[in-house]
Design a protein around this ligand. Sequence first.
Ligand code: ZN
Length: 90
Amino acid sequence: MRVVYPAHPLVAWYLKRTGFRAITLPWKTVHMLDDPHLNHGLLQHEAIHVEQIERLGPFKFTVLYLWYLLRHGYWDNPLEIEARNRSGHH
Ligand SMILES: [Zn+2]
């Protein structure tokens, strides 16, 4: 897992537009708007996504994540539910 803080400007633009504070990209890079030392809970949430990428492989993770997103929405996306439950962070 590689943490990029502050997030790359293009990624930061996307995060601000969508209202998220962090994103994990399929090549196991986590981009954060907040200092990971100050928002450790969010970093743990993103670390679960990295585990999912390792478990499923980057291609299957990306396809499955997008499929779940379309089918269930963000909150009820099973990959988000797992990340929330195991990290205790939204
Ligand atoms: Zn998440």
